[in-house]
Every structure is written in structure tokens, then in C-alpha cells.
Write a protein that binds this ligand. Structure first.
Ligand code: UT7
Length: 335
């Protein structure tokens, strides 16, 4: 194998959310649920929902704001970006990609831009890909985005899913650094298991089953989930992939300063922390305020902790995700 001369590191983070807050009590006005049940079973208190009559709250608009903030922190301009990796499962349009909408809005003229969909794992998959392109010297600077307008694919009559999700976007700037730089992405570990597709899917809306008024009336173009089954797989896979990442680097879980898991359910996060014997005080959580924002959970939780100073240079961070597909991934980095 050719020796690698480069590594990559995150130099800027940003996030953006729609204005409108939807509380548990708001949801209880339209479906049979209540604040206590949602808080106890999921840890969610409220989520943000895009007003799609406003162009400013579309997926690429949230991605745009988050990217601008990340570029500002990194001290970079849109012209510096070589590639955009846009993780999403709720794109503005199927064609063109949301990545291309963002490229246009930013004026990132030299960047090639691509969407990728590993559901809730998309951001970590995109970050891993950006890392590979940078390490091989093909690009110098990448923008990696995880952004969703999940409210557009929620069945609002289904209380087992509609209480869980929210809208939001996060972005990071990733730059080339010397291979032996102490501050860099250390490793990433990705996996997919299509056998488990039935645990979480959208039946219609692709070429399998185009949307007709009848299909839309039955909400077959919205998310369907087997919550209990996913819960069990999630706890085991998040723990397994955390261990894989730390062992690949000859580290112990105690060496991790901050774990940033996918925010699907606070009980999943707590169960993983227990399994790993990792203190919850060092797990970054934002599900209480934003719900599950799919590919946006990790970059938005990261951005929050970078900006409020919890994350400091030299800290070891563990990203740990799972999503529909199913997909799994972990990524270890030194900040
Ligand atoms: O990133 C995407 C991946 N998705 C996930 O990771 C989701 C993983 N799963 C979960 O987070 C949980 O399974 C849920 C939050 C979806 C459900 O929690 P649960 O503890 O597994 O509840 P359950 O489905 O076993 O339901 C328990 C009870 C049932 O009533 P009975 O049969 O015990 O009388 C449900 O009908 O709670 C009832 N229930 C509700 N009650 C009030 C289900 N949903 C609700 C609700 N409000 N929204």
C-alpha cells in the first residue's frame, strides 16, 4: 500500500434549526400521547419543525446556514471547498441533489458535490469518505453536512414515530493536515446490513412504488419503524462499534473524553453508556431539545459542545451511529 502523507481534521463546525418549536404538549393536541410518556420513554421535550412555505427553512437552507457558520469558524471561504458530502434522507429534491443546491447557494464554484444516504448514519459515512479523499491527497478541503427536514416524511397520525423526529442541520469543514498530526481523524468503521431493511423504511416514493393520491392517503410514503426491534439492535451495535473504534487505536474507553452518539432515544444512549461503563456526564446529548434529527444529530451536538467550550484541543471524541438500512458506524478523532 502507498504510504499516506496526509490526515484530515475538523477545523470548523456549524448548525442551524428552524424557528418553530413543537412541544410534547402540542403533539398531544392531535394524537393520543402525553408529555410524561414521551419524556420518560424517549428523553425528548421538544423538536423543531420547518415551515416549508419559507425557502429559508428547506433542507439545503439549513445546510447552507450550518455550512456558513462552519466556514466562518474555520476561516475558510466557499471557494476553498474541493468537495461537498451531503448526508440526508429527506432531500430538497431527488434530482438535483441537495448537495448541488447547497453548492449553488454557497457559490462553492470549484467543489464537486454529492448526496449520500445512510439514513441516520449519513454524516459519519460522509465524514469517513471526506477523510479518505483527503488522506490520499485528492482533495484538500471538504464540507461534510448532515441535514434533514424529516417533518416532510413523518406520518403525523402515527404516535410511535411522529413523536420522535425533528428538523435541523449540521456541518463541518474538514482540512488536510500532516499524517502524523496529533489533531486528526484517527479511524472510521462503517457497516451496513440490508437484511434488516424492514426495521425502518419508507415503502413508496421510489421507483418500487411511485406515489399516487391513494398511496399518499395511506401514508405509505412516510417513515415506518419497528421501534422495539431497532432499540435492541441499536444498543448492541452502538456498544460494539464504540469498542471497535477504540481497540483499533489501542485505546480504552476511559481514554475517550466525549462520546457523541446518534440521538434516537435517550434510553438507548443510557443503555450504551452502561454497557461501556462510560459516564453519562461525558456523553453529548441534544435529543431533549431537538428530537431525532437523523444525520444531523452528531454534527449539531458536536457544534454545540465546541462553541460552549466543553470540547477542547487534544480531547478524544468518539462518534457512534446507527440508522435505517440498517447502517452502523463509529469514528474516533483527536480534536
Ligand atoms: O434513528 C431511527 C431509529 N429509531 C429508533 O432508534 C427508535 C427505537 N425505538 C424506540 O425509541 C422505542 O421503541 C419507542 C420510543 C419507539 C417506543 O418505546 P417503547 O418503550 O418501545 O414503547 P412500546 O412501543 O413498547 O409501547 C409501550 C406502550 C404501548 O401500550 P401498551 O401496549 O403497553 O398498552 C404503546 O401503545 O406505550 C404505548 N405508546 C404510547 N403511549 C403514549 C406507544 N407510543 C406512545 C405514545 N404516547 N407516543
Amino acid at each position: 500500500m502507498t504510504p499516506l502523507f496526509y490526515a484530515s481534521r475538523i477545523t470548523g463546525t456549524g448548525s442551524a434549526f428552524p424557528e418553530r418549536r413543537l412541544t410534547n404538549n402540542d403533539l398531544a393536541q392531535t394524537i393520543e400521547t402525553n408529555d410524561e410518556w414521551i419524556r420518560e420513554r424517549t428523553g425528548i421535550c421538544e423538536r423543531r419543525i420547518s415551515d416549508l412555505t419559507q425557502t429559508s427553512e428547506r433542507n439545503s437552507s439549513l445546510g447552507f446556514l450550518a455550512s456558513q457558520r462552519a466556514l466562518e469558524m474555520a476561516g475558510k471561504t466557499p471557494e476553498d471547498i474541493d468537495a461537498i458530502f451531503y448526508g440526508t434522507c429527506s432531500p430538497d429534491t431527488l434530482v438535483p441533489s441537495t448537495a448541488c443546491w447547497l453548492q449553488m447557494k454557497l457559490g462553492a464554484k470549484k467543489a464537486w458535490a454529492v448526496d449520500l444516504n445512510a439514513a441516520c448514519s449519513s454524516f459519519v459515512f460522509g465524514l469517513s469518505m471526506a477523510d479518505q479523499y483527503i488522506r490520499t491527497g485528492q482533495i484538500k478541503t471538504a464540507l461534510v453536512v448532515g441535514s434533514e427536514v424529516l417533518s416532510s416524511i413523518i406520518n403525523w397520525q402515527d404516535r410511535s414515530t411522529s413523536i420522535l423526529f425533528g428538523d435541523g442541520g449540521g456541518a463541518v469543514v474538514v482540512e488536510r493536515t500532516p499524517a502524523e498530526s496529533p489533531r486528526r481523524i484517527l479511524s472510521s468503521h462503517l457497516k451496513s446490513d440490508g437484511q434488516l431493511w424492514e426495521l425502518f423504511y419508507i415503502q413508496a416514493g421510489g421507483s418500487n412504488q411511485p406515489v399516487t393520491p391513494e398511496i399518499a392517503g395511506k401514508n405509505l410514503d412516510k417513515m415506518m419503524m419497528k421501534g422495539k426491534e431497532i432499540f435492541k439492535v441499536a444498543v448492541k451495535s452502538l456498544a460494539d462499534y464504540a469498542i471497535e473504534a477504540i481497540e483499533a487505536n489501542g485505546l480504552k474507553i476511559q481514554d475517550v473524553d466525549w462520546m457523541i452518539p446518534h440521538q434516537a432515544n435517550l434510553r438507548i444512549i443510557e443503555a450504551v453508556a452502561r454497557r461501556l461503563d462510560f459516564p453519562m456526564e461525558r456523553v453529548l446529548v441534544n435529543i431533549d431539545r431537538y428530537g431525532n434529527t437523523s444525520s444531523a444529530t452528531v454534527p449539531t451536538a458536536l457544534d454545540e459542545a465546541v462553541r460552549d467550550g466543553r470540547i477542547q484541543p487534544g480531547h478524544t471524541l468518539l462518534f457512534d451511529v446507527f440508522g435505517a438500512g440498517l447502517t452502523y458506524g463509529s469514528l474516533l478523532l483527536r480534536w
